[in-house]
Design a protein around this ligand. Structure first.
Ligand code: SAH
Ligand code: SF4
Ligand code: F3S
Length: 473
């Protein structure tokens, strides 16, 4: 999921997170206890943490940014690559001291790693008191009560229906300008390398009315941008009681776009096998639907794509890119790429590089293959590309992408882009930054502008990752 992959796999800055939480949390009951939460992995996990925060706030929990003060420490975890799990195992150890200080402190592991390892996690990580899968968050209060009673608590049941549709998420990101909205859960695709279908269960779509209501609510609170989230948004479908499809993704996108013309709408992730011209025409039709599509390719070789069970070929993918270019002029395109998948030859790898040369992505999220236990690939294929080769190919992919990003950014010099200001630049307090329609980060001197403003910026310079400019309005 694009930005929404575990590129977001960074711990939220702890101090800022707490600040945000304490400001935003709408506690319906008096706060009696405090929880501390860290999120890892994709945007879906960050969005789920907001559902967890909502459920806990309804149960008398307020947030703290100091885990030494917490009664409950939660880690919302990711399993996508081995490294992601290693990070979390290391992180758990950090809470030892807090646990020694406060014997009543509970530590809970949520999310994908909880779902993958289930009760085994309790044996492996002695510090952990609760293991809660992504479809079991409504039972958190009961699990907390169980754990308080001295019993380790586990709920990793996956559901075919749960979408947390009516839960009003407590926003944990502090900017008050951009928000995620989950429109579906799970994934039915079974890409052979991927653990997500096992950790998130079957695909299910959320009632469109609740999505539109959540959007409206965000607009009323002053939000300026929403990102509709799903592992494969193009297969979103809401059915009526007779089982007929009532709302497709293209129709949902239109409904959300119509909520407010000043609200930017983004979505992620699109799947090359499912993205329809209808969706592309909807993006083109509405000014406030951003011209940016994250279209993971994974590999440029049809042979590898087949083994990956991606169910499209190189030619199919390139045709979809052509359709995007034809229907949405000026569309930003990004991808996910995996190097060194089982059986990948040097020739296959060259095909990935040549596909990148054809598409010239604005940006990519790039990884070397990490075998995940229980996946189709782990059972069927040998993880036979040596680590050095995986890494060497990854370095080549990254080098080429950096070149394309820089070339693409240079082409923007001299043009004016409308930027939604998100915050002050991390490097300078005199500069603001935000994204243009194509999702590129733009930095410019503040003058009289503020976070939340739409500002027209003339691009005067760039790096590979950022456009630099001057406000012109
Ligand atoms: N639903 C999204 C992807 C979710 S996972 C999609 O279909 O595109 C995000 C990215 O992580 C994937 O696109 C893939 O590039 C990468 N990824 C997933 N499993 C991986 C593995 N076992 N090793 C390395 N990268 C992996
Ligand atoms: Fe994983 Fe494929 Fe589903 Fe994406 S579409 S989450 S890569 S199985
Ligand atoms: Fe997301 Fe990681 Fe789970 S990428 S769906 S948090 S395995």
């Amino acid at each position: 999921m694009g930005e929404f992959n575990d590129v977001l796999a960074k711990t939220i800055d702890e101090s800022k997170q707490g600040e945000a939480l304490s400001k935003n949390i709408l506690s319906h009951k008096p706060i009696q206890k405090h929880f501390y939460i860290e999120s890892y992995g994709c945007a879906m996990n960050f969005s789920d943490s907001e559902i967890v925060a909502s459920i806990l706030s309804e149960n008398g929990y307020g947030v703290t940014n100091d885990y030494f003060e917490a009664d409950l420490i939660l880690l919302n975890t990711c399993s996508i690559r081995e490294k992601a799990e290693d990070t979390i195992r290391n992180r758990i150890q950090v809470f030892k001291k807090a646990k020694r200080k406060n014997k009543d402190l509970l530590v809970g592991v949520l999310g994908c790693m909880a779902e993958r390892l289930k009760g085994k996690l309790l044996e492996e990580e002695k510090l952990v008191d609760m293991v809660v899968g992504p479809d079991a968050y409504r039972t958190l209060p009961a699990l907390i009560a169980e754990a308080k009673g001295g019993q380790k608590a586990v709920n990793v049941l996956l559901s075919r229906e749960e979408t947390y549709a009516e839960i009003n998420p407590v926003r944990l990101n502090q900017n008050g300008i951009t928000a995620f909205i989950s429109i579906m859960r799970g994934c039915d695709n079974m890409c052979s390398f991927c653990v997500v279908p096992f950790t998130r269960g079957r695909e299910r779509s959320r009632d469109p009315e609740t999505i539109v209501n959540e959007t409206r609510d965000l607009v009323n609170k002053g939000y300026k941008e929403v990102t509709l989230l799903g592992q494969n948004v193009d297969s979103y479908k809401w059915k009526n009681e007779a089982g007929e499809i009532e709302t497709t993704f293209a129709q949902l996108l239109e409904k959300v776009a119509l909520v407010d013309p000043n609200l930017r709408v983004r979505f992620s992730t699109s799947h090359p096998k499912d993205i329809t011209d209808d969706v592309l025409h909807t993006v083109a039709k509405y000014d406030n639907v951003c011209n940016y599509i994250h279209l993971p390719v994974q590999s440029g070789s049809s042979v590898v794509l087949e083994r990956m069970n991606r169910t499209y070929t190189r030619e199919w993918y390139l045709e979809r890119v052509e359709a995007i270019r034809r229907i949405i002029p000026d569309c930003g395109i990004s991808a996910d790429v995996i190097t060194g998948f089982c059986g990948e030859t040097e020739e296959d790898h060259q095909e990935t590089l040549s596909l990148m040369e054809i598409v010239k992505y604005d940006m990519s999220y790039m990884f070397y293959y990490s075998e995940r236990p229980g996946t189709l690939a782990a059972r069927k294929y040998e993880d036979d590309v040596p680590l050095e080769v995986k890494k060497k190919r990854l370095a080549e992919v990254i080098k080429l992408q950096n070149q394309h990003s820089l070339e693409g950014n240079k082409r923007d010099i001299g043009k004016v882009h409308t930027v939604l200001v998100e915050r002050f630049s991390k490097k300078s307090e005199n500069d603001l930054c935000g994204r243009n329609d194509q999702y590129k980060m733009v930095v410019f001197p503040q003058k009289n502008h503020q976070p939340g403003d739409y500002v027209d910026v003339l691009i005067t310079d760039c790096t590979g990752g950022t456009l630099i400019g001057e406000a012109v309005n």
